[in-house]
Design a protein around this ligand. Structure first.
Ligand code: CP
Length: 333
């Protein structure tokens, strides 16, 4: 009887367990992408360099065969337009294919299947799993059971690491630098997982962070404390006026209706901030205005034609960053 050295019955959590001939040499090969905490500056520079390559390749040839034969399982327990479609586009631009499960109510999740069992199922058919889930820590839970890389596409109010990577890439592309910027985060900082992740990455580059929010939507104290230990300068405000003129990047977020238990509380804060052309009169001429989107009124559509409005370009940058991440975790970057 033949001996199985790497059968499907054996748990594998990293490339180190693969036979030598199947190992890739690249950074992040076979690894999960769960939190921005796993990235050092050298990792970020590497990801951005690969993303630049991806951008050039898309511009030159559109689609190419780097991940031909590879399959992505796209598992979304929460709604998404950008993250789900950009991961799908990324995989298809790289010549791979996608199992899309964006309506979990039509999957066996609706029959009560657990997250670990759903992940164990999908990894039988795919090489990497992108997961969005309403519970903080769900991606880490999935990773404990998975033999294939899990990419966190947003876990409740926890993190959204791939968004933070594309946000940082956007700033780098728009301003040409990342070091020592004044970044103002505005809106729902309590529930906004994008700002939880982005603030941690910006801390690596000596950013000064301003947090502007309604009182009940302040940046969680655990993040303020965590960054404070690294000496990050952070200040909190309830209005934008005091900090707009010094701001290099204004990062606006949506007040997230779906996170509120009491809709009356949501109604009391939903229109707290609206960026208009009038607002931008007091901003730097080269300020970058970002939003992870979707927006629900926080940035007036009249602002869209302002050259500082980077939120549509930001979405496109996301494609290149996600192509880079897929290529890296699958050992092809
Ligand atoms: N920025 C973002 O995560 O958008 P989606 O919810 O549309 O994926």
């Amino acid at each position: 009887m033949a001996t199985r050295t790497m059968g499907v019955g054996r748990k594998r959590s990293s490339a180190a367990h693969l036979p030598l001939g199947e190992r890739g040499d690249g950074r992040f090969y076979g690894q999960h992408i769960l939190s921005v905490a796993q990235f050092a500056r050298t990792d970020l520079e590497y990801i951005f360099a690969v993303a630049e390559e991806m951008r050039l390749m898309v511009e030159r040839v559109g689609t190419f065969d780097l991940l031909k034969g590879k399959i992505l399982a796209s598992l979304f327990y929460e709604p998404s337009t950008r993250t789900s479609s950009s991961f799908t586009a990324a995989m298809e631009r790289l010549g791979g294919s996608v199992i899309p499960i964006s309506e979990v109510k039509y999957s066996s999740v609706a029959k009560g299947e657990s997250l670990p069992d759903t992940v164990r199922t999908l990894e039988c058919y795919s090489d990497v799993i992108v997961l969005r889930h309403p519970e903080t820590g769900a991606a880490a839970t999935a990773a404990r059971y998975a033999r294939k890389p899990i990419i966190n596409a947003g876990d409740g109010t926890g993190e959204h690491p791939t968004q933070a990577l594309l946000d940082l890439f956007t700033i780098r592309e728009e301003l040409g630098r990342l070091e020592g910027l004044t970044v103002t985060m505005l809106g729902d900082l309590k529930y906004g997982r994008t700002v939880h992740s982005l603030s941690r990455l910006l801390a690596l580059y000596g950013a000064k962070l301003n947090y502007v929010s309604p009182e009940i939507l302040r940046m969680p104290p655990y993040i303020v404390e965590e960054l404070g230990k690294f000496g990050v300068e952070q200040k909190e405000y309830t209005t934008l006026d005091p900090v707009l003129a010094e701001t290099d990047v204004l990062y606006v977020t949506r007040v997230q209706k779906e996170r509120f238990e009491d809709l009356k509380v949501y109604e009391s804060v939903k229109g707290a901030f609206v960026i208009t052309p009038e607002t931008l009169k007091n901003a730097k001429q080269d300020m970058v205005l970002m939003h992870p989107l979707p927006r629900v009124g926080e940035i007036s559509m009249d602002v869209d034609s302002d050259p500082r409005a980077a939120y549509f370009r930001q979405m496109e940058y996301g494609l290149y960053v996600r192509m880079a991440l897929l290529a890296m975790v699958l050992g092809k970057a």
